[in-house]
Write a protein that binds this ligand. Structure first.
Ligand code: TXA
Ligand code: MG
Length: 348
């Protein structure tokens, strides 16, 4: 199958809508990352999403809507806490786990009785859902295990020959996947940090939001995951990623010393820290934590393209979007984190 990248013209949106209604797959830009979209009411279409990505069958998909009127077709009920969050953050980069409505097939939710639902703000995503005339199930449009895709070219790189069409909406604004919060069992539990931060959720709910077990640390052996996604390896380039935490001087010295042992090392760092790494080539994370989020997946992909074999990634403070950036980087590193305060190296 030939894969085409197309601008999101009215005609291409109509064509994409037809492909989706016929059970086919379309690469869809959103404000977070690109999605691999399929008709969320069609079990066969959902199965072909798993096949195209090589996704483990037990990892459910997120259902995307373009209007609140579609919500009753996706979820059985909307609890008070969910109402507060949807009025504060929808449309936008927030996914809520709620009880599933019967119209959503078990193939989409991997057999769970809950469903992940999100109302994206990106105009092309919304236009595509409208063109299909039904909610769209869409995981991130990468091969399973690899960094998510934040440009149409990244989608082509991973899924060429596996899908007919990618709508090009330019680079994604946030750059990390949506925040996932479970509201299906009472108080909110954060399952994946993202652009809507924990602090923002707590302010909107007026109560603390717990961080799910296994979100910021490896899940203990044999423990049941709160979200199937927590079990699987994610976001990993071919290069080995090592997260380095600690003061500027200590970090610089550690990377300069250890980089000598590597064939092709590089450092992923904020612009202000470029000077710390001496001869070690730098991949720029930009100037702010938001830039780091925006640039992370593209930088991990660039590391592979440039042939680097090890990426020393700078840590960030866990406040605000820093929590989401560290969640992705630590997973990309398989939780290989160097903490320079006690010079201890954790390998999980
Ligand atoms: O920003 C995003 O959310 C992007 C764009 C395309 O919208 N999508 C995305 O999908 O990141 P994906 O499939 O890569 O991540 C979905 C996450 C997985 O970790 C999955 O385990 C979790 O959501 N999830 C989905 N349904 C769930 C459920 N019913 N209960 C718990 N976790 C669920
Ligand atoms: Mg994903």
């Amino acid at each position: 199958m030939e894969t085409r990248i197309c601008p999101p013209t009215e005609e291409n949106l109509r064509l994409a809508g037809e492909i989706l209604r016929a059970g086919g797959l379309v690469g869809m830009p959103t404000e977070t990352v690109y999605g691999l979209a399929a008709d969320a009411t069609n079990p066969k279409a959902a199965l072909s999403v798993f096949a195209a990505k090589g996704r483990p069958a037990d990892n459910p998909l997120i259902v995307h809507i373009s209007d609140l009127s579609q919500l009753p077709g996706v979820v059985r009920q909307v609890p008070e806490r969910a109402k507060k969050l949807l009025s504060a953050f929808w449309p936008g980069p927030l996914t809520m786990i709620l009880e599933k409505a019967p119209a959503i097939p078990a193939e989409v939710t991997a057999g769970l009785d809950t469903v992940a639902v999100r109302f994206p703000v990106h105009p092309v995503a919304r236009a595509l859902i409208d063109a299909a005339g039904r909610p769209l199930a869409a995981p991130s449009a990468n091969l399973s295990g690899r960094p998510s895709t934040t440009t149409a070219e990244h989608v082509l790189h991973d899924l060429q020959g596996r899908i007919p069409l990618i709508l090009d909406g330019g680079p994604c604004q946030v750059g990390l996947e949506s925040t996932v919060v479970d509201l299906s069992r009472g108080p909110a539990v954060l399952l994946r940090p993202g652009g809507v931060t924990r602090e923002m959720l707590e302010a909107a709910l007026g109560e603390p939001v717990a961080l799910g077990k296994g979100v910021m640390e490896p899940l203990p052996e044999g423990e049941k995951a709160l979200s199937p996604g927590l079990k699987h390896r994610h976001y990993a380039p071919r290069a080995q990623v090592v997260v380095v935490l600690g003061g500027d001087a200590a970090r610089g010295a550690y990377v300069r010393a250890h980089a000598r042992e590597d064939a092709r090392p590089c450092a992923l760092c904020l612009e202000k820290n470029r000077g710390l790494y001496g001869e070690v080539p730098v991949l720029s994370a930009g100037s702010t934590p938001e830039d780091y989020a925006h640039n992370l997946f593209a930088a991990l992909r660039a590391a592979d393209e440039k042939g680097y074999t090890r990426v020393y990634a700078e840590g960030l403070d866990l406040a605000g979007v820093g929590l989401a950036v560290m969640n992705r980087v630590e997973r990309a590193a398989g939780f290989t984190v160097v903490r320079l305060d006690d010079a201890k190296e954790d390998r999980a």
